[in-house]
Design a binder for this molecule. Structure first.
Ligand code: ATP
Length: 330
């Protein structure tokens, strides 16, 4: 079993005297070697939390422990940050006129030139950037620069890698490759990774542990599957799975009774088949998604979305029988 590497205790940071700015009373712990994704809408406090963990900004209250030792804030040391952690920000902080090799090697001392060379080449190999060795940063794509920045961050005995929106500069094909590489790297090296993203698929695909932030508060902290299946809040269900949200009146119109205010379900929980409790909907729109379609269905003025795995089976204006196989009440 992995041991705990980071412990965040009652962390609060407020920029102004308002409740919604910064982060508020956040606590959680991280196991060594895990990938943790912090997900939340813009302004929910993701970057603030990441910077507090790294010691770049001083928390008003609470503390961060790295292997049981308090992480110092910017007021407690000359150079803010932490030697055992590295943060890769969206601007990458690379020397754009220097070569890839030199950018990475610059993190190591010159006391053993051969070891420095070997270590740099090994790290380039790990991040699949060996062929870029002699290129200048300015000649690279965003995704390539990203890899160089990660290689540079990892070369000096880093225990925790902090990534702020790591995939914002890469197209979807490269994104999948980079995600897979990061996952492999963490599993091979025991590196702990904390990443911040506004894209929930990063969290669902990569993370061992998912943190959902809303207006500076930690809403949920669990495995991606546990949170996806049982979101504690409508916000979480919408962020993670683009959930359908109906009020009690709308739910009633499609045959769901609830004593709560809202009924929430993911489109894939809608069963398109004729069962004793299924109801007739009209297909209003068909959105082609590749190997499946997303259907916009309507009944009694209420619109819901459902997935159709047999792409093309039902067309616009068709009538279909649908049953909400599972739903949550809030
Ligand atoms: N230096 C600052 N001074 C004042 N307010 C700030 C500062 N930095 C962040 N905030 C406020 O704190 C809240 C959280 O910001 P933060 O950047 O942590 O959110 P975020 O979830 O990372 O957002 P994004 O996804 O847009 O980067 C926001 O309301 C933001 O306006």
């Amino acid at each position: 079993m992995n041991s705990q590497i980071i412990s965040v205790n009652n962390l609060t940071k407020q920029y102004q005297q308002t409740q919604v700015s910064g982060i508020s009373n956040i606590s959680f712990s991280i196991k060594q070697g895990d990938i943790v994704a912090i997900i939340g809408e813009s302004g929910s406090g993701k970057s603030t939390l990441l910077k507090c963990i790294y010691g770049l900004i001083k928390a008003d209250e609470g503390e961060v422990l790295l292997n049981g030792k308090k992480v110092k804030g910017p007021d407690e040391q000359l150079i803010p940050g932490n030697a055992e952690m590295k943060m890769v920000t969206q601007d990458f902080s690379l020397n754009i006129y220097a070569k890839v090799y030199d950018n990475i090697a610059s993190m190591l001392s010159n006391t053993d030139i051969k070891a420095k060379q070997e270590k740099t080449l090994e790290m380039m190999e790990r991040l699949h950037i060996t062929k870029l060795k002699d290129k200048k940063i300015i000649e690279l794509s965003g995704g390539e620069q990203q890899r160089v920045a990660i290689a540079k961050a990892l070369i000096s005995n880093t225990k925790v890698l902090l990534l702020d929106e790591p995939f914002s500069q890469v197209d979807s094909l490269l994104k999948n490759q980079l995600r897979a590489d990061i996952k492999r790297l963490a599993k091979e090296t025991g590196l702990t990774i904390i990443l911040v993203s506004h894209d929930p698929t990063d969290g669902l695909f990569l993370a061992d542990q998912l943190l959902i932030l809303k207006q500076g508060k930690l809403l949920q902290n669990d495995s991606p599957a546990a949170i996806y299946q049982n979101p504690s809040d409508i916000y979480t269900a919408k962020i993670l799975g683009n959930a359908v949200v109906l009020d009690a009146n709308e739910a009633d119109k499609i045959g769901i009774k609830t004593s709560k205010d809202n009924v929430v379900f993911y489109p894939e929980w809608v069963e398109l088949k004729s069962t004793w409790n299924s109801r007739r909907f009209e297909v209003e729109e068909v959105y082609y998604k590749g190997f499946y379609d997303e259907l916009l269905l309507e009944r009694n003025g209420v619109k819901i979305r459902a997935l159709q795995l047999n792409s093309g089976e039902h067309k616009k204006n068709d009538h279909v029988q649908a049953n909400i196989g599972r739903f949550l009440e809030f």
